[in-house]
Design a binder for this molecule. Structure first.
Ligand code: 5AD
Ligand code: SF4
Ligand code: FES
Length: 343
């Protein structure tokens, strides 16, 4: 097993069988985390990139069985920020020293291409790197966002298992989601994808396929988080995905994609009080603090136990900086592009 890890650390390659072996074995977890931590340090360094997250609409036309924003969930209050509110939050993100903002929403068609491109152009004037996370759109829409200046796009494949995906995301097609990822890559976005770990019906083999898919796509960013059962969804009774397993998936992703930007995801900290810090010590190099203010945070409830619901953006900025410094790392001051065009 140690030899396998050594090979992965040197060659950044593992077969599906080898990944499954590492995922099923628990005695070598610490060695795996240490290995991923070394690869992280030598390829992307000790700087942690902060991305200011703006959750601008919790309205979604999709109905994913795991997600609190699903259209059939009548228990949450819905909101949409105006373009001006989005820009105001971004201006504050600049004041807090964030170099990137991530605009995230449910699949909400009320923000049409003109609205989005106008917002993107204004954000680019503020010298921000702009990441979008708006779900599945047409190639033409993606091209328009790119032309307006958007730099990166996040779209998790959620699971590489087509059958499981189409069961959990009713009405959505796995092929179309994959098409979106290829389009985004061809259009020149930095491409972010990722998966949920511990979905009901998901096997270790299928998780190994997820990791190999990230490598095949040569993803620039990979967001991995445990599935957390949400009481307001059809999966209310399902078991939570495991923290340790998610951390291993993150570490293995670092071994296979040594230069990728890998966030220590918020969902990790929903399951463990030191979740993001442990993730940063086992492969991750990015944190995405929320810069949405006021009541909106509580309304963007993908899963229960989401952190920072009552905290202000200023508080989170200070909190996460303290945590990062506390483990001997520092907040990076460049844009944090994967391809190192950081000026
Ligand atoms: N638990 C954890 N993550 C979730 N997401 C949606 N619902 C849940 C849940 N119950 C994740 C999805 C989506 C991202 C925005 O949030 O992976 O891509
Ligand atoms: Fe909508 Fe995304 Fe939630 Fe699915 S996971 S219901 S697409 S916000
Ligand atoms: Fe929000 Fe710590 S990052 S309170």
């Amino acid at each position: 097993m140690l030899r396998l890890l050594e090979k992965a650390e040197q060659t950044h390659q593992l077969t599906k069988e080898e990944i499954v072996e590492l995922l099923s074995e628990e005695n070598y977890d610490e060695a795996l985390f240490a290995s991923a931590d070394r690869v992280r340090r030598s390829f992307v360094g000790d700087g942690v990139h902060l991305r200011g997250l703006i959750e601008f609409s919790n309205i979604c036309k999709q109905n994913c069985l795991y997600c609190g924003l699903r259209r059939d969930n009548k228990k949450i209050r819905r909101y949409r920020l105006t373009s001006q509110e989005i820009i105001d939050f971004a201006a504050k993100a600049v004041q807090y020293g964030y170099k990137t903002v991530v605009l995230q929403s449910g699949e909400d068609d009320s923000y049409d291409v003109d609205t989005m491109t106008t917002i993107i152009r204004q954000l680019k004037e503020m010298e921000l790197a702009v990441t979008l996370s708006l779900g599945e759109k047409s190639r033409a829409d993606y091209a328009a966002y790119k032309a307006a200046g958007a730099d990166r796009y996040l779209l998790r494949i959620e699971t590489s298992d087509r059958e499981l995906y189409e069961k959990l995301d009713p009405g959505q097609s796995w092929d179309n989601r994959y098409r979106c990822l290829l389009d985004l890559k061809e259009l020149g976005f930095e491409l972010g994808t990722g998966c949920l770990v511990g979905l009901p019906g998901q096997s270790l083999e299928s998780i190994a396929d997820d990791i190999l898919l990230f490598a095949k796509l040569d993803a620039d960013m990979v967001g991995i988080g445990p599935f957390i059962a949400n009481p307001d969804t059809p999966l209310a009774q399902a078991e939570n995905g495991a923290f340790a397993l998610s951390r291993k998936v993150m570490a293995l992703t670092r071994l296979l994609l040594p230069e990728a930007n890998i966030p220590a995801t918020t969902a990790m900290e929903a399951l463990h009080p030191q979740g993001r810090i442990l993730a940063l010590q086992s492969g991750a190099n990015v944190v995405m603090p929320n810069v949405t203010e006021g009541e909106y945070r509580k309304m963007y409830l993908l899963y229960p136990g989401k952190i920072c619901l009552n905290d202000t953006p200023a508080h989170c900025r200070g909190c996460i900086t303290g945590k990062i410094n506390g483990i001997g790392r520092h907040v990076a001051t460049d844009f944090g592009f994967r391809n190192k065009k950081n000026k």
